[in-house]
Design a binder for this molecule. Structure first.
Ligand code: NAD
Ligand code: DAU
Length: 336
């Protein structure tokens, strides 16, 4: 199988590329990524010269280049990770979210359709379902009710993917995953931000009352789910991915502080995120019963392993935090 992975230099995409290269010695992976602030080829340093792997820099909106690559490498499957992924950035600058997540998805779909590829997989998010109350779970039947410009743009992408199945009969799948954590997670997101700030002795900013709940999934469990969907997903179907690991942000931050032995006084409650979704929780029954997926990581072991990864890979995150990301951080939280 020859697979075009878009956005493969980001957090989940790079873990997925590595998973596929290690699992399938006969597959060929083309990683196509614009290398925005979030794309980082250091994430794939260990496999950069693997014979079954190649990287090409480009935008998913560049139809000519995507078309050229699909033909050149006889691509069978497209897996689209490419997106602007950070909710906070979508609040300050929504435009790029529509360009990459909506228009980019449509451009990819058009080129994939024209080349009659075997399957198109859209990597989406539970955030398209909106926010839950204290009980209940998101199922694949939950109506879409996105609340942030980020989740609205992801929902827009999902609707286009759905339409290419309904209208053109394209073989598509959409996956909707809960919050991932693990190695190579960009340090603007909650877990890596808190771990790296704690290591640097910087403040740990918790939005609002810190009682918002996220449903954490190890990135490797997500990659295993995507592998199953690529091979066994039924045409046109949506699959939710989550491992029943609900935690409040307060619990996450306190766990990190304790694990690192950092001073509690670093924790600082700051102004809440606008439109902050209260709770996400995935019902993964369809994925487990129809495709046989089961998570391997418990949150307790996964988070300790992840914190250790940040301890062992300080150069990786320090390079990011000292680069252009620094100016975003200062704008977001003030100089600390
Ligand atoms: P990320 O921000 O770490 O990586 C995104 C990658 O896409 C980067 O490498 C970036 O350079 C690339 N990219 C952005 N715009 C592009 C464009 N126009 N053309 C080509 N490449 C482009 O994101 P992530 O956390 O790895 O998320 C990957 C996907 O999974 C996203 O679609 C996101 O919506 C979805 N998702 C993420 C999570 C999560 O918890 N991180 C959960 C569910 C779904
Ligand atoms: O649910 C899946 C989604 O998870 C993905 O679609 C997104 O791409 C991904 O970024 C993530 O979105 P969240 O908004 O849930 O993740 P984030 O890490 O930004 O925030 C997690 C929670 O922590 C959220 O309730 C906001 C809070 N938070 C975040 C940051 C960065 C803080 O309290 N302080 C912070 O500094």
């Amino acid at each position: 199988m020859n697979i075009l992975v878009t956005g493969g230099a980001g957090f989940i995409g790079s873990n997925f590329v590595r998973h596929m290269i290690e699992t399938y010695p006969n597959y060929y992976i083309v990683n196509y990524d614009l290398l925005t602030y979030a794309g980082n080829l250091e994430n794939l340093k260990d496999i950069e010269s693997h014979p079954n792997y190649t990287f090409v820099k480009g935008d998913i909106n560049n139809r000519e280049l995507v078309d050229y690559l699909i033909k050149l490498h006889s691509i069978d499957v497209v897996v689209n990770f490419a997106a602007e992924s950070h909710v906070d950035r979508s609040i300050t600058d929504p435009n790029i979210f529509v360009k990459s997540n909506v228009l980019g998805t449509q451009a990819l779909l058009d080129v994939a359709k024209a080349n009659k590829i075997t399957k198109y997989v859209q990597v989406s998010t539970d955030e398209v379902y909106g926010s839950l109350g204290e009980t209940g779970y998101f199922t694949e039947e939950t109506p879409l009710a996105p609340n942030s410009p980020y989740s609205a743009s992801k929902a827009g992408g999902d609707m286009l993917v759905r339409s290419y199945y309904e209208t053109f009969g394209m073989n598509v799948n959409i996956t909707r995953c809960s919050n991932n954590y693990g190695p190579y997670h960009f340090p603007e997101k909650l877990i890596p931000l808190m771990v790296t700030n704690a290591l640097e002795g910087k403040e740990l900013p918790i939005y609002g009352d810190g009682k918002n709940i996220r449903d954490w999934l190890h990135v490797k469990d997500h990659c295993a789910a995507l592998d199953l969907v690529i091979h066994n997903g039924k045409p046109g179907e949506v699959y939710n991915v989550g491992g029943h690991n609900e935690r409040t942000n307060n619990e996450i931050v306190h766990l990190i502080v304790e694990e690192l032995g950092a001073p509690k006084k670093l924790i600082k409650y700051v102004e809440d995120r606008l439109g902050h979704d209260r709770r996400y929780a995935i019902d993964p029954t369809k994925l487990t019963t129809e495709l046989g997926w089961k998570s391997k990581y418990t949150f307790e072991t996964g988070i300790v392993e992840t914190i250790q990864w940040y301890l062992d890979n300080q150069e990786w995150w320090k390079n990011i935090k000292e680069g252009t990301y620094q100016s975003y951080y200062e704008k977001q939280y003030g100089e600390k």
